[in-house]
Ligand binder design. Structure first.
Ligand SMILES: Cc1ncc(COP(=O)(O)O)c(C=O)c1O
Length: 485
C-alpha cells in the first residue's frame, strides 16, 4: 500500500486566519485606491526583478506566499477601480461582487451542464434572464456568460456562420464563400472571430461610416447586393451599440431592416454600450436589440462586475445548439427532464466553465436595477459635464462624444499644423499617464490625435472630471508656453 504523500491541504483554522488577513489586505487596498496613482510607471525589467524567481522546489509558508504576491500588484498594477481611470473600457469592480467571486472560487463549481452543478447553472440561467430583461433583448435569456466581449462576438458569429452555411447548403470547408459586414469603426474582435471561423480575409467587408462614424446603410446595402451578384453568400451583419473608440451607436433599426431584407444574421456588439439601454434616454436601443439574432454585452464593462464577465445572448437556442452541440460518451447527459438535461456546452465553445454568474447575481441583487441604472445614467451625465467643460474652454476642442466616451484635444493659442497638435497632445497624455493622477487612453480621429475618456466607473464624480480638465490645461499651457502666439 502506498504511503500518504505530504498533504496539500490546510488546517481549517489556518485557512480562516489567513482569509481574515487577506480580506483586511483587500479592504485596505480598496480604501486607499483613490489616493494612489492610477498607475505607477515602471519598466518591464523593474517588475520582472520583483517577481522573477527560480521554480520553487520546496515549500514556502502560505502567509509569505500571499503577502509576496500582493506587493508587486499593489505597486505596479493598474488601478481599474480608481475614480480617475478613464482608459480603454474597463469597469470598476463592485465590492459585493468581489466577495461573491471569492465565494464562487471556494465552491469551485464547474458549469458544464446542469448535471455537474445544478444550483450554479440555475443561477447563471437566472442571471442571463435578468441581463436579457435589463437591456430589452427579449430572448428569454438564451446564451451564456463568457470571458468577455471577444468571446461573445466569436460565439455569436459561429452561430451566424453555421446558419448561413446551412441556408446556402454549403459543404463544410466552403466558408470562403461567406461574407461578413461590419463598419470600419467596429471592434477588432469581430475580424478576429471571422478569421478563426475560416472566412476569407477579403470577404470581411468593412462598410463606410458617415460623419458621425455610424455604419453607412447605403454602403451596406450596396456591398451585400454586389456580393450576391458575384455569387457569394452574405452571412451576417454586425452593428455596434457603442464603439470602443467614440461610443458611436450605429443605426440599429435601419441595419435590422437590411438584415431582414437580405436574410442576414443580425449581431449587435453591445459589449460596452448595451447596458445604456437601461437608461430612459437610450431605451430606444432595446427596440433594435429585440430584432437582433444575437447580442454581446459585458457586465465587466458597464455593469461594474469584476473580470471576467462577458455575455452572449442568442434569440434562438436551436441556432447555438446547431453550431456547438456534439455527441460524445464521456460528456453524455442522462437526464431527460428539460431543465435537468440542459448543458451549456451544447451552446458555446467552453466545456469547463467557472461560476461567473455569482458576482453578477450579487451586484444586481444588492443594488437592484434602479440603482444600477442611476449609476449608468450618472456616468453619461459626467460625460456631458466633460463635454460642457470642453465646449466652454477656449483651448479645448471636442472631437467626438457619445454614451460615456468623450474624445478631445488641447489647442494652444499659437496656430499649429495638425502634426504639431498631435505631438503636443501625445505629450500631454504621456505625461499625465506617467504622473499617475489621471489615466486616459489615446485614439486618432481623422488623423487628429485625441485624448479619450471613457467613464464606466461608479466611483467617478464631477470633481474627478474637473481635475482631468485642469490637468490637461495645465500641461497644455506649459508645453505651449514658448510657442509664438
Ligand atoms: C465594443 C467592444 N466590443 C468588444 C470588446 C472586446 O471585449 P473584451 O476585451 O472583453 O474581450 C470591447 C472591448 O473593449 C468593446 O469595447
Amino acid at each position: 500500500m502506498p504511503n500518504d504523500p505530504p498533504s496539500l491541504d490546510m488546517d481549517v483554522w489556518e485557512f480562516r486566519r489567513l482569509g481574515h488577513q487577506l480580506i483586511e489586505q483587500m479592504a485596505q487596498a480598496l480604501a486607499a485606491e483613490h489616493q494612489e496613482p492610477v498607475m505607477q510607471p515602471a519598466s518591464g525589467q523593474e517588475i520582472l526583478d520583483l517577481v522573477d524567481e527560480d521554480l520553487p522546489r520546496h515549500t514556502t509558508p502560505p502567509e509569505q506566499v500571499l503577502a509576496q504576491c500582493s506587493d508587486p500588484l499593489l505597486q505596479f498594477g493598474r488601478r481599474n477601480g480608481h475614480p480617475r481611470f478613464f482608459g480603454y473600457v474597463c469597469g470598476s469592480a463592485e465590492p459585493v461582487a468581489i466577495l461573491a467571486d471569492a465565494l464562487a472560487t471556494a465552491f469551485n463549481q464547474n458549469l458544464t451542464a446542469w448535471r455537474s452543478s445544478p444550483a450554479a447553472v440555475e443561477i447563471e440561467r437566472l442571471v442571463l434572464r435578468w441581463l436579457d430583461q435589463m437591456v430589452g433583448f427579449g430572448g428569454d435569456g438564451h446564451g451564456m456568460l463568457v470571458s468577455g466581449g471577444s468571446a461573445a462576438n466569436l460565439q455569436a458569429l459561429t452561430c451566424a456562420v453555421y446558419q448561413a452555411q446551412e441556408r446556402a447548403s454549403l459543404p463544410t470547408g466552403a466558408r470562403h464563400q461567406l461574407t461578413l459586414y461590419l463598419s470600419k469603426e467596429a471592434h477588432l474582435s469581430m475580424i478576429k472571430a471571422a478569421r478563426l471561423l475560416g472566412l476569407a480575409e477579403e470577404h470581411i467587408r468593412l462598410v463606410d461610416v458617415d460623419d458621425q462614424r455610424r455604419l453607412r446603410i447605403e454602403d451596406l446595402r450596396h456591398k451585400v447586393a454586389a456580393d450576391l451578384d458575384a455569387g457569394l453568400v452574405p452571412a451576417a451583419v454586425c452593428a455596434s451599440a457603442g464603439t470602443s473608440n467614440t461610443g458611436t451607436i450605429d443605426g440599429l433599426d435601419e441595419i435590422a431592416e437590411v438584415a431582414t431584407e437580405f436574410g442576414l444574421w443580425y449581431h449587435i456588439d453591445g459589449a460596452y454600450g448595451a447596458p445604456a439601454a437601461m437608461v430612459p434616454e437610450y431605451r430606444w436601443m432595446a427596440r433594435a436589440f429585440a430584432r437582433a439574432d444575437s447580442l454581446s454585452l459585458d457586465p465587466h464593462k458597464w455593469l461594474y462586475a469584476p473580470l471576467d464577465s462577458g455575455c452572449v445572448l442568442y434569440r434562438d437556442a436551436s441556432e447555438s445548439q446547431r453550431a456547438f452541440a456534439l455527441d460524445s460518451e464521456y460528456i453524455a447527459v442522462t437526464q431527460t427532464e428539460a431543465r435537468e438535461s440542459f448543458a451549456f456546452f451544447n451552446h458555446g465553445a467552453e466545456l469547463s466553465r467557472r461560476f461567473r454568474a455569482l458576482k453578477i447575481w450579487a451586484t444586481v441583487k444588492t443594488h437592484g436595477v434602479d440603482r444600477l441604472t442611476q449609476a449608468i445614467a450618472h456616468n453619461i451625465e459626467l460625460r456631458r459635464h466633460l463635454d460642457d467643460r470642453i465646449a466652454g474652454h477656449p483651448r479645448l476642442e471636442l472631437l467626438g462624444s457619445e454614451l460615456s466616451i468623450s474624445c478631445f484635444r488641447y489647442r494652444p493659442a499659437a496656430t499649429l499644423d495638425n502634426d504639431a497638435l498631435n505631438a503636443i497632445n501625445r505629450r500631454i497624455l504621456e505625461t499625465l499617464v506617467a504622473e499617475g493622477r489621471v489615466l486616459m487612453s489615446p485614439t486618432t480621429l481623422d488623423g487628429r490625435y485625441a485624448l479619450r475618456v471613457c467613464i464606466v466607473n461608479f466611483r467617478t464624480r464631477a470633481h474627478d472630471i474637473n481635475l482631468l480638465i485642469d490637468e490637461v490645461v495645465r500641461l497644455g499651457t506649459s508645453f505651449s508656453a514658448n510657442l509664438p502666439a
